[in-house]
Design a protein around this ligand. Structure first.
Ligand code: ARG
Length: 565
């Protein structure tokens, strides 16, 4: 939380003995920087809020960052001493640097599972949104003090993977990704697609799939060897994409290693009467919880997607003793996770105290762009490539004289900044259309817009090219533009906290847009290098602070803050 707000809350707590104080930010700055609605007290005090405001405002005395306290109807308005705020904020930022906004370490351990692909396919646009969300939520809650374990589940067995294996046997036997000049996961995805096409004309193949699944489960040597080869290729391919996207995992789980133990849990549950057997299948009856019933073991004895999740939840806890377990998974699986969490509760399994499904909506691309092997789905690697190409074009338009290496570097930063920011600026529950050109624009609500504000500050500081004096006359930061910037800077820790508590990175993305915009307005109104020495010093320190906060914020979203663009 920002210091000024903290002071107000402490003051109010002392005076009112309320445990939770919630402040509002008045729309009109005339009404102060924060307002306390006295409705919160009227129930306890059995008085009307206007009277309370009158009395309370007399007993509250301004101090430190609080300059003035005024009653206004049922509200008490607080005015912050802008000069004091400037001083404490800038000092704080420039001394804490990359740690400005970081909270003290908490005991809480949180696991975040994200990306979690089915290994018969390569990664697509949905995985991009998933990974960006997972990575940024992890960064943000880590920064807010929790210990974070980043993890990924690979659904590496069953029908889909078997179909890819059969596609290989039927159409690609003896080939390798390098002989086909394909990225290894794309090669396996191709095997899968070829099989699916063949299956349309040749329905007998379904039988073959079931036989092969069975052989895999029986650990048939040849089947396992083929499976190992193909999954090996897939992971090699994923690794490249993860690296490109900046996704890292502390621990990877594999369905193939855990599915059996899931079955054991279900059998135990059946014995205890938690589940029932109907037509040979084992089911969880969930209707009384307003959820659809769920089959946990099929009538032929095979397990399901849900079965592995029961054991996985337990395993995650056993491995890391986590307090919270977050699953970043698309909203199509909302039901799955409601059922899962309910079943875990019924089983009384020892798992994280809190299970959270971080659900997100669909991403589309404008009609007709970048279709992949599977038709409508956009391939992650194609998207990255396309974005880099567009970014390069943009850079070349602006600069004629930079090295190839430098262009590559900048293109990567800008392309990733564009994709990530665009994916993060929407609330995770919303669906949206991803517009590649728009996301790259240096103006508007984009990553490059925020990155550009950062780079612009770098270029001003470079031009100044001297050590910036530390002694600041804060009274010189007195224009509306200065004040707005300082207020935003002081709010950064609070913004991180809000994003961490709600698992919503878009709050931070929105904040960075506001900060960038406030900086641009300041930059247009207030000369920096042309001002007199004292004003120059004050403003240089101010923009240095803005640069630091932009960088901290971008990094939390997994985005580079470039020196030049
Ligand atoms: N592999 C699954 C899919 O692509 C997502 C797995 C999500 N994680 C989980 N623990 N169920 O649909």
């Amino acid at each position: 939380m920002n210091k000024a707000k903290k002071e107000i809350i402490n003051l109010l707590k002392k005076e009112t003995r309320l445990k939770d104080i919630s402040l509002e930010v008045p729309k009109d700055p005339e009404h102060g920087d924060y307002a306390f609605p006295c409705f919160q007290l009227s129930k306890n005090m059995k008085k009307n809020p206007v009277e309370i405001a009158k009395e309370l405002s007399k007993t509250l005395k301004p101090k430190k960052l609080i300059k003035e306290i005024k009653e206004a109807g049922p509200y008490i308005n607080f005015y912050i001493d802008k000069q004091e705020l400037a001083k404490s904020t800038i000092k704080n930022i420039l001394s804490k640097k990359e740690n400005y906004g970081r909270s003290k370490p908490k005991k809480e351990k949180i696991m975040v599972e994200f990306v979690s692909p089915n290994t018969n396919k390569s990664l697509h646009l949905g995985h991009v949104r998933n990974g960006i969300l997972g990575e940024s939520v992890s960064n943000i809650i880590e920064f807010s003090g929790s210990k974070v374990i980043r993890t990924c589940l690979n659904n590496d067995k069953g029908t889909g993977m078997t179909e890819a294996m059969l596609g290989y046997e039927l159409f690609h036997k003896g080939e390798t990704p390098s002989s086909q000049k394909l990225k290894p996961d794309h090669f396996v995805a191709q095997c899968y697609v070829d099989f699916k096409n063949e299956e349309k004309d040749n329905p007998d193949l379904k039988e073959k799939v079931q036989q092969t699944v069975k052989r895999w489960e029986e650990k048939d040597k040849k089947t396992r060897e083929l499976w190992k080869k193909l999954t090996g290729w897939v992971y090699k391919g994923y690794k490249q994409t993860y690296k490109e996207m900046g996704f890292e995992f502390d621990k990877r789980y594999f369905e193939s290693k855990i599915y059996k133990k899931g079955k054991d849990i279900v059998k135990k549950g059946l014995k205890k009467g938690i589940f029932v057997k109907e037509e040979k299948a084992v089911k969880a009856k969930l209707e009384k919880y307003n959820l659809p019933d769920k089959v946990l073991i099929k009538s032929d004895g095979t397990s399901l997607y849900m079965t592995q999740d029961l054991y996985l939840a337990k395993l995650k806890y056993e491995d890391f003793k986590i307090d919270k377990s977050i699953y970043v998974v698309a909203s199509e699986q909302d039901n799955h996770f409601m059922q899962l969490f309910k079943i875990l509760e019924l089983l009384k399994l020892k798992t994280a105290k809190e299970n959270i499904h971080l659900s997100y909506g669909l991403v589309n691309l404008p009609q007709g762009r970048m279709k992949s092997r599977e038709g409508n789905i956009v391939d992650a690697d194609d998207l990255i490539k396309e974005m880099k190409k567009l970014a390069k074009k943009e850079i070349k338009k602006r600069h004629k004289d930079i090295s190839k290496k430098e262009i590559e570097k900048r293109a990567k930063n800008i392309a990733m900044g564009a994709i990530k920011f665009y994916m993060l600026k929407f609330d995770n529950v919303t669906s949206f259309t991803y517009d590649p050109e728009e996301s790259l624009s240096f103006e508007g609500e984009t990553g490059p817009y925020v990155q550009y504000a950062h780079a612009r500050i770098s270029s001003i500081l470079k031009k100044y090219n001297k050590k910036i004096p530390k002694k600041i006359n804060y009274s010189l930061l007195n224009t509306d533009d200065d004040k707005k910037l300082i207020f935003l800077l002081s709010k950064f820790p609070e913004e991180v906290e809000n994003a961490a508590e709600s698992y919503k990175p878009h709050l931070l993305a929105r904040y960075l847009l506001d900060l960038s915009q406030a900086f641009n307005e300041f930059y247009h109104e207030c000369p920096i290098l042309q001002s007199d020495e004292d004003t120059k010093t004050a403003r240089l320190n101010l923009i240095l602070s803005v640069q630091q906060v932009l960088k901290n914020g971008l990094n939390l979203l997994g985005i580079e803050a470039p020196e030049a663009m």
